[in-house]
Ligand binder design. Sequence first.
Ligand SMILES: Cc1ncc(COP(=O)(O)O)c(C=O)c1O
Length: 388
Amino acid sequence: MSLDDRLTEELAEIAAAGLTRRRRVLASPCGRIAIVDGRELLNFASNDYLGLAGNAEIAAALADGARQWGAGSGASHLVSGHLEPHDALETDIAAFTGFARTLTFSTGYLANLAVTPTLAGRGAAVFADKLNHASLIDAMQLAKANGAEVQRYPHHDLATLERQLAASSATTKLIVSDTVFSMDGDLAPLPQLLQLAERFDAWLVLDDAHGFGVLGAQGRGSLAHFNLPAARRILLMGTLGKAAGVGGAFVAGSATAIEYLLQKGRSYIFTTAAPPAIACALRRSLQIIAGGDALRAALFANIARLRDGMGGLPWRLLPSATAIQPLIVGDNAAAVALSTALWERGLWAPAIRPPTVPAGTARLRLSLSGAHTTADIDQLLAALRELA
Ligand SMILES: Cc1ncc(COP(=O)(O)O)c(C=O)c1O
């Protein structure tokens, strides 16, 4: 069978299982309204939790940055692509998160790939929550290929994690977790994870993609939410394309850990630095996040309004206090049908199916934003009531 025939066969199998993924082309910028195929839809599908993707001041900082610094960085950070805006952004993020030092990356995926496999090779052990994001799972597989032993513990199961840590004789131990789980919206028990890390002398590698900008005082993230310090044994990854509204990511940690990643992190070293204008936009975004209590208050009011309004509906929302509000449907086809029916009513609420989530838990991933109005939330609830 030729390669092309094999791929055609596999694509047909994906289609037969109802799992073909489809991209929608937006004819509008990211915002609370999306225009698709000439239709206006209320957008509950983006991770733009504070509505900053369309913020005019950030867009102006991007344009000014491009005028001053050009379109591209021209090289990787370690060659000649590390420009003043990149450096200044690292300093800003360090000050904002309270960590000694940070590195920035073009995407969160690349940032995650830099941390776990670089810190954990032969003689090391990685302990990961089963529901971690795909990029953390891929990072874990790379660590395994580098000789690390990897173990996954059931979601939130601290007793199993403790047993695994106690039984491990690895010289380097890494506990790796999402802070806000991307498909469930729930928070990892960070205080307990930090205690275990201290007790077993492990690093704690945290992915705050969905907490940064949203949770904690001034949106400083999940550690701030729990009043936890920027401890030396923590490496914090935060993405900058979600609440921050632009793109990219950072890793924050101790000066030594960050210097080590700079020297050895392959996905930091062997890739072109993001355009410097992106860093200019992100510096402005950070200021807006820090002063963005009103945006966060609007987001949390929307979350409460949605959850309060679900009473009497046949679907349940998972217990999430974050912008990610998963409405569990169960059956794959039923989740798609509900998403389609909402779409027909002008509401974009994507269905998420296996393998992204466990079998039997297909869901609508409702993603709320501080840019949504109360009328937007009411419109969603009214449509759900009609379809119940
Ligand atoms: C938990 C989590 N980590 C990492 C990423 C990857 O970040 P990026 O989109 O910047 O590559 C995402 C989403 O994309 C995510 O949800």
